[in-house]
Write a protein that binds this ligand. Sequence first.
Ligand code: ADP
Length: 419
Amino acid sequence: MTKILYVEDDVSSQRLVQRILMAEGFDVVIADNGISAIETGRREHPDLILMDINISGLDGYEVTTRLRTIEGLENVPIVAVTAATLRGDRERALVAGCNGYIPKPIDVDQFPDQVRAYLVGMEDNVGSAEEKAEYLLEYNQRLVSRLEEKVRELEQANAELQRVEKMKSDFVVLAGHELRTPLTVIYGYLQILLANPAIPGSKEEEGSPQHLLSKVSEAVERLSQVIQDILNVSLIDANRLDLAHEPVFLNSVVQSVLHNLRSFGPQRQLIFELGQGLKKVPVIEGDPRRLHQAIWNIVSNGIKYTPDGGTISVDAEHLEDDVVHLWVKDTGVGIPPKELTHIFERFYVLEDTALHRSSKTAFKGGGLGLGLAVCKGIIEAHNGKVWAESEGHDEHKLPGSNFHILLPVGNPFSKAEKG
Ligand code: ADP
């Protein structure tokens, strides 16, 4: 069956041409814009293409020129079908690569014969060689100015995107600060209440006022952690993360991370191993609070993805070129190799979000998918590197994961500040 591709964005014209040609035994495929015409042409290899010139986006001239460069379509008859009746329209269609021109409205009686004639090789001519050269030159100039116009549109769209992106990040930063302030007050009062001996019960006594208050306090801490993560990701995205330049004792940072994590949630049966290397690495220059957060995020993941009975080990070594290598290894469920880089992207969570369970330390307790993105942002702001290794994900064999961090010992910001 002879296949005809009709490029047309007007639905009633599509229907009319389809009805006439199908009644004559042709197979008709429709594309309603330039880009889809190029894709359909490449895929369907039609025997003839009917091209409306005035389509949005890439116009019919440009689509024709592009189709001519596609393997297998160099010699397919392309016929312009258009209501454009300005002087030179026909010639412009021919120099762009069309073989012929059928004006709109189409003559219903003659149309099938016109199509058949082009199918067997009929060709329209532009005229003299000089005329053709003149139209070609005009067409080329038109292409260049259309290209210029599109580049300008893209630049404008890009500037607008950046403006909206900045508005979004300003909003998130502001909203984060606004939310954090009352939360800090709530947290402060909660601590006062918890320390008050007049409040009956204890943290361990289920249902007692002390126990309930400690649950509220945990939830408030969790909430401020989430706000902190969202805030940090926006600051990192906008390159606005301010870092302190202070001496950092990685051993103390790791100790404090573990101390802090141990105080959360129901006690998990996990073994924590701190390697001797941590005590030997030199003091580095950086932001201790931010590095605390980066390491906290990795260790808390280790806890979340390691079932009870497992081990989380942290150790470090001093490498050549004055770089400290710190690693956090767990004996948990592991990560599929193809996801090892994606997990550092923001909002990336491997688990089914329908099964989402928010927790800092519970086994497989999920988060927002920001933890590792924040960690990467902080480490890279220190001119460091972070990556993960794992042989795969297996909840029975527990292959485990190993997270590595490299941090320069001195002057870590010189490169980042230049950028
Ligand atoms: P969240 O803040 O939600 O915990 P992260 O950015 O920290 O998200 O982690 C992204 C994803 O990487 C997690 O959803 C998890 O599937 C996977 N992941 C991170 N750390 C580990 C780990 N130690 N073991 C197994 N999977 C991990």
